[in-house]
Design a protein around this ligand. Structure first.
Ligand code: HEM
Ligand SMILES: [Ca+2]
Length: 771
């Protein structure tokens, strides 16, 4: 193993030049890591950041000319190694702790703040984005309560036994709920009945075949963390104090001061990129807010949002956002409070006391769950059970998504109102999202139809599962081949080994990697997409050539236009031609003032929600994420480019207070990507987990993936592009041609729309699937 001492130069070349970086540690750089240890970017090896100098890992080379670390501590922020520093040796919970916790729990559940939100209000629609099915909502209520009782017990234990905060946030207390009344809340993990199942399960269970990891990435499992939580008590109390002890500036105030509305069209990418982003965001993450037993959502403001409810009347999950008297928008309506309810938690599967972990309701894998559902029950409801197809709604000869009367999906009491159903409960949230769902549902049926022609004797079940396997592979291929490089740039694609292969199988699977969503990704990094949203759709004119302009709040949870004859095509044309907005400090008022306005003169502020949500999830400050990436912390706003430093100092006292989503948005985009270096690293880490931690990933061979494609099939999958999927599933009434790079603006040189039979938009040869 060759080692070299001076590697600072290559390090500086990679990281954001603005920050005048130097490595946080100095060790020799070696060619290769010891056997069995992988070389990864520093963010994928977070535990060692907390360690003593002598425990720091060696530096090694990564593809793309940059270095990483020979990571022996794993991809979690805690490491077994740190256990030896543990101060306390408890192994059981004193009965007095359990009794007191139970009394507190009962008080919280049944005594205060049981006021529901009124239908028709914007906050009613806000809660619909956390909806999946009535059954799921009820289950969520029960699990969330169980988790709450565990959390309260941990809080009482910490208070009574004076457990240091650091031991709590690093999961360093070895106390479990076994042999206590809370034992019934523990869910022992079950071994998989068929570890070599050819098709992935619907709920994501048994992806990892090791018995104690079979639940990794499954629906309902908790989000995991890159860094320890920044809860005030280490357990669940949200961060509200700045470093200097003063109160942090409110989320709405930060939003209105820093994130104005400005039209800055992206020079390269179109709205299809934005929309695909939301579609896959919904595949991989859906949190849920705490609800009342009745299933209704909690209200944290007084009538007409005139004030926040006084603390003694508030539900325990309330975290209302105060609105200033001088708010240039909401003041006109007398609004002084925006409703905000905290996310529900998942009970700890290992039955140990610890900090709260947010529950995600969908499968964490990128596995088409937004198309097929995250449970066997939903998958069944969506199937036709004939020819392997999905159920569709035949709308005057056209296949549309099936309709639903579930009020939780559109919030509409009118039974004749259009409202669509898919594998995800958020489909109707904006009309352009429905277009993506429709493309993928039609693609499934198109493939099932061809498969049945080639294989006339195949059963409905085989056709369905094979079509699903192909569609999920197409989704993964488009994501890694076209979408991700646009977002995080070519350098990160290489560093994190995310570039799809042109030939052969990949063998990158690693059963040590938990594919779970990280809080940093769902609570901040991937919400970068909100800045790329445009406030208006410029719809092409019909025969009259008069362009129609649609304000986005008018098509949120209001999908009826979708049934107009040419709307689907028109929407696709718009998304391909209209630029998306740059990812920066501008957020359209369509999201930051009028979100889910319905028939009201004002709506909600999504930017304020993102900031508040980060605090709800215990995200650490932007500075801590700089450090885990290997950057130097910032000690003064002067260290930042003047424009950014000036902005941040308007609302934060110290760089240690900056919310991750805000700090990330203000960075300049990395080369070839749309986001800055910090968000790019968090996103790259997440997509590396989806690949390395998913046994059924489309590029894996038969030794890893029991449902691996043959070499011929994989070769065909690799031809698929987003443009091909649009070509094969549009109505072709007003859409006659498609730009070959579907995420790039159609007005770019060499990306002019072309006919779908041109070789630049290749076709899969389905003969490879003759069974
Ligand atoms: C098209 C307009 C969009 C609307 C109206 C919208 C709206 C929302 C809302 C209301 C939430 C929940 C906020 C909260 O209370 O925490 C949310 C969460 C989220 N959004 Fe968006 N969004 C849009 C586009 C996007 C895009 C383009 C992306 C990514 C590229 C994205 C990524 C996310 C993510 C990752 C979450 C967190 C989901 C979870 O874990 O629950 N969104 N969005
Ligand atoms: Ca999924």
């Amino acid at each position: 193993m060759q080692c070299e001492e001076n590697f600072v130069e290559s390090y500086q070349k990679y990281f954001n030049a603005n920050l005048k970086n130097l490595p946080t540690m100095m060790t020799a750089k070696c060619d290769a890591c010891p056997e069995g240890i992988s070389c990864v970017p520093q963010i994928q090896c977070p535990a060692h950041v907390r360690m003593e100098e002598h425990a720091k890992p060696q530096v090694c080379d990564l593809p793309g000319g940059n270095f990483g670390f020979c990571c022996f501590t794993g991809q979690n922020h805690t490491d077994l190694n740190s256990k030896k520093f543990r101060v306390h040796g408890f192994s059981f919970l004193p009965p007095s702790v359990i009794e007191e916790a139970h009394i507190r729990f009962e008080n919280l559940m049944h005594k205060t703040g049981l006021i529901p939100v009124t239908p028709g209000q914007p906050e009613f629609a806000h809660n619909m984005v956390f909806h999946s099915s009535q059954h799921e909502d009820l289950q969520n209520f029960q699990l969330s309560n169980m988790a709450m009782e565990q959390i309260i017990t941990t809080q009482v234990f910490k208070e009574k036994e004076h457990i240091p905060l650091d031991d709590i946030i690093t999961n360093n207390i070895d106390v479990d709920f076994m042999q206590t009344p809370l034992e019934q809340l523990c869910h022992p993990t079950r071994p998989c009945l068929n570890p070599r199942a050819k098709y992935r399960s619907f709920d994501g269970n048994c992806n990892n075949v090791l018995p104690h990891r079979s639940h990794w990435g499954a629906a309902g499992q908790p989000m995991e963390r890159l860094l320890p939580p920044a809860y005030e008590d280490g357990i669940w109390t949200p961060r509200i104090h700045a470093k200097d002890g003063s109160l942090l500036t409110g989320a709405r105030e930060i939003s209105r001061i820093l994130l104005g509305d400005a039209d800055r069209p992206h020079p390269v990418y179109n709205l299809f990129l934005m929309q695909f982003g939301q579609f896959i965001a919904h595949d991989v993450t859906q949190s849920a807010t705490v609800r009342l037993e009745s299933g209704q959502s909690v209200q944290c403001c007084t009538e007409n949002n005139a004030d926040v409810l006084p603390p003694h009347q508030r539900h325990f999950a309330c975290m209302p956002i105060p609105v200033e008297m001088n708010d240039e928008f909401y003041a006109h309506f007398g609004i002084r409070c925006m409703n905000f309810v905290r996310l529900s938690l998942a009970p700890n599967t290992d039955c140990r006391a610890g900090y709260g972990k947010q529950r995600s309701k969908v499968t964490h894998f990128l596995d088409g769950s937004a198309i097929y559902g995250s449970s066997v029950e939903t998958a069944r409801e969506l199937r036709l059970f004939r020819g392997g197809k999905l159920r569709m709604f035949n709308d005057f000869g056209r296949d549309m998504l099936p309709l639903t009367t579930d009020k939780g999906a559109c919030g509409n009491d009118d039974p004749s109102a259009t409202c669509f159903k898919s594998g995800d409960g958020r489909t109707n949230q904006i009309i352009s999202l429905i277009a993506l769902h429709l493309i993928f549902a039609r693609e499934h049926n198109r493939i099932a139809e061809i498969l049945s022609q080639i294989n006339p004797h195949a059963s409905d079940e085989t056709l369905y599962q094979e079509a699903r396997r192909i569609v999920v592979a197409e989704l993964q291929h488009i994501t890694y081949n076209e979408y991700l490089p646009a977002v995080i740039g070519p350098m990160q694609m290489k560093r994190f080994r995310l570039v799809p292969q042109h030939h052969g199988y990949s063998s990158d699977y690693n059963n040590e990697i938990n594919p779970a969503i990280t809080n940093a990704f769902s609570g901040a990094a991937f919400r970068m997409g909100h800045s790329s949203v445009a406030g208006k759709f410029h719809m092409p004119g019909g025969p009259s050539h008069v362009e129609e302009i649609i304000n986005i709040p008018d098509v949120m949870f209001n999908p009826s236009r979708m049934r107009m004859r040419t709307f689907f095509d028109d929407m696709l044309v718009t998304m391909l031609h209209q630029p998306m907005q740059q990812v920066d400090s501008a957020i359209t008022h369509g999201l930051s003032r009028f979100l889910f306005r319905g028939n009201n003169p004002f709506g909600l502020d999504l930017a304020a929600f993102n900031i508040q949500r980060g605090r709800d999830q215990g995200l650490r400050s932007y500075n801590d994420y700089l450090e885990v990436m290997g950057n130097r912390r910032i000690h003064s706003f002067n260290q930042l480019p003047p424009e950014i430093g000036r902005k941040l100092s308007q609302v934060y006292h110290h760089p240690d207070d900056v919310d991750l989503w805000i700090g990330g948005l203000l960075e300049k985009p990395i080369e070839g990507g749309i986001v800055g270096a910090t968000l790019a690293e968090i996103i790259a880490d997440q997509f590396s987990r989806f690949k390395v931690g998913d046994r059924y990933f489309y590029e894996y061979n038969r030794k890893i993936n029991p449902g691996a494609f043959t070499m011929d099939q994989l070769h065909e999958i690799r031809k698929v592009t987003m443009a091909r999927l649009i070509c094969d599933n549009a109505d072709h009434m007003t859409l006659q041609a498609v730009p070959p790079a579907a995420f790039r603006r159609a007005d770019l040189e060499r990306n002019s729309p072309i006919r779908c039979d041109r070789p630049e938009i290749p076709v899969m040869n389905m003969e490879a699937w003759r069974f």
